[in-house]
Design a protein around this ligand. Structure first.
Ligand code: TYD
Length: 210
């Protein structure tokens, strides 16, 4: 149960779902004279988090053990929670985060095979009391997602993973959505952008947010 004053919204999905574009759209929908929206991302959102992001994404030649990768995600997350997410929520803001812990279950759990138990334990240590109030899952096939991500030029450590990796990550996201239908709203990200934005707006309207 979240005790914070603000609202914690996360955006999830595999590569190529167009999260950044939609995050900006959601920020514009939600921001008004009374409500500040903090748009942030994971891994990242703090100076330390952005440096960890560079290690995780840029260094393709660097071998990182799956559990070490998970711990780096949660190191960045700890800093992000303390410096950005918790203060934002405590002061009544909307914190809109491009990826959060569902991505750890999908990528490190589903994709890399790290045990669910290890991820659950880290959640209990790092953010036992913080859970997104609302998550929008932009869902698309692994084939389409990877093709879109690879079209955009430089391929990062994750984008160079196999189709099977992204199929597992996608399935894990969908499993989470099935298990938590009140929190996670699935939107088909293969539709054209206007339809996607219309559906996002409907979800936010349904929650009385715009
Ligand atoms: P992403 O948010 O997709 O940024 P961009 O659109 O600029 O590529 O990149 C972040 C990558 O980090 C993405 O491949 C998913 C991965 N990731 C994890 O593996 N686990 C996590 O817990 C998080 C937050 C991200």
């Amino acid at each position: 149960m979240n005790k914070h004053l603000g609202l914690f919204i996360t955006l999830e999905g595999i590569e190529g779902a167009g999260k950044s574009t939609h995050a900006d759209y959601i920020r514009r929908l939600l921001a008004n004279d009374d409500t500040d929206v903090v748009l942030t991302r994971e891994p990242g959102g703090t100076e330390l988090g952005e440096r960890i992001r560079d290690i995780l994404l840029i260094h393709q030649e660097l071998h990182i053990e799956p559990e070490a990768e998970l711990l780096l995600m949660f190191t960045a997350r700890w800093q992000h929670l303390k410096q950005v997410i918790i203060p934002g929520l405590a002061s009544g803001k909307i914190v809109l985060c491009d990826r959060f812990t569902d991505s750890s279950y999908a990528y490190q759990g589903g994709g890399r095979g790290v045990s669910r138990d290890m991820i659950d334990k880290l959640v209990n240590i790092v953010h036992p009391d913080v859970k997104p109030d609302l998550t929008i899952l932009l869902d698309l096939s692994a084939e389409t997602g990877l093709a879109r991500a690879r079209q955009s030029g430089v391929v990062d450590r994750f984008e160079s993973e196999t189709l099977k990796f992204f199929e597992s990550a996608r399935q894990t996201f969908l499993d989470i959505a099935r298990a938590e239908p009140d929190r996670v709203f699935v939107i088909n990200a293969e539709q054209d952008i206007c339809n996607i934005q219309q559906e996002i707006k409907q979800v936010l309207e349904g929650k009385g947010l715009c």
